[in-house]
Write a protein that binds this ligand. Sequence first.
Ligand code: MF3
Ligand code: CO
Length: 286
Amino acid sequence: MGSFADRFKRIVKETNLTPEQEAKYQSFKKRGYRVPSKRLIKSASDIEGIRASGVINTGVLDYVAERIKAGVSTAEIDKWVYDYTTEHGAIPAPLNYEGFPKSVCVSINHVVCHGIPSEETILKEGDIVNVDVSTIYNGYYSDASRMFIIGKTDAGRERLVKVAKEALEEGLKAARAWHFLGDIGAAVQQHVEGNGFSVVRDFGGHGVGIKFHEDPFVSHVGKKNTGMVLVPGMVFTIEPMVNMGRYEIDIDEKDGWTVTTIDKKPSAQWEYTVLITEEGPEILTY
Ligand code: MF3
Ligand code: CO
């Protein structure tokens, strides 16, 4: 770290951008565009930390994928997640997060997200299940979720799961440096609504890495060329929740967590943690 610019940068902790990127950032800012605050732009070493966390997070989901089947309780999935994560020197981020009592969110059929694992909840043939895993490793956070179809389900649910995955991929494609956050929401919304489903509004993606939930809020509905400029070094989740019926949701009053569709029709969700680079979006955990 020899040059004056490098030393200056470290002293004022100003920027993780190259001089060219910094000029571009300032130019957008001057023209009145919303730009991320500098603390949302990760350093190379932060990115390596989040990447390492993401490797374990992906390992957890692969471990679940190999074992999930009819007859298993969601408490068993919680134990798999806890054991795998801690055996790899990491911490399950949901555990005790704002009072969440378990290590993973498991959300079945009309449960949209934040389902709490329980001995009483047993997976059965035809269920569509979201397993949402978040990991802390060396202080760095990563976050991803996948859908699992238990045995064979009906054609409607199968299509819902497929369209939700495609919606995530469309959002990912729109996550391009120097484009806009609203492009992601627009791409997701167009794909979902074009297939006759709806997009949950009340929950979305989020910055992640140094904390579990950072700015920006990543809406899965939106308009192209609106919202925050996407700057290289930003890390956030894309995690569209796609409902078969209406987009409105309810939160369970008793447990304070479980989110369900208001019409009790099924919902599906897939999630990646994504790094913005000049060369395109990079998936850090999937
Ligand atoms: N993993 C969820 C997300 O995508 C967060 C769950 S919060 C918890 O943001 F407390 F329920 F874990
Ligand atoms: Co998330």
